[in-house]
Design a protein around this ligand. Sequence first.
Ligand SMILES: [Zn+2]
Length: 212
Amino acid sequence: MPKAIYLSPERRPAPHGKYWGYDTYEQEVCTDIAGRAAALLAANGFLPILADPAMTIRQRAQWANKNKVDFYLPIHTNASTDGSKEGIATGCEMIAYQHPASIRANRCIYDEITKLYPSKRGLKNGNAYTENNLTEMVSAYIEIGFHDNRSDAAWILSSRQQIAEAITKGICAYYGQEYIQPEDKPLGGRSIGLGELVGLLRQQGIEAIRVN
Ligand SMILES: [Zn+2]
């Protein structure tokens, strides 16, 4: 049975999380990266589940528990300011639940993302975060980079496919399987066969998800 990977991108819409120097926002970018990662995860034999954007983080965590997903993945970009001035913090960090399995999962993804873009930030203690402490399965909580400075924002926006690949490679590494690069498939994100996915979910007794 494929491992079910629950992807939970930032839920707060604009004006939350404006990208410095760009007319785009954290929810839009993280949802895009989650869609790309879902396609790559499916190509690697996982069962990706995209969070219902209308659900709160508490509802998402409860849904994941009820449906016994295997791996819970919040996807965010970070900010060090209130948005009124450009921030100086830069790089990826992981908000890790302090359980050995989750620490290892966070490390696997961090090691892949930092191959693309250097960071000295590492893993932080994420025990206070709802999607870490309410979820009953392994979690890895990504802050890809800081959207409130121009260089991180530019990197994230131009590297969404590579970031999705890094996330997928990290999850493959966690499960000890080799990453397979899908060929001949234009992965524009959100192009995953949703009908097929919902059918697969139902086969496994997972309630149908609302997809917009
Ligand atoms: Zn966020």
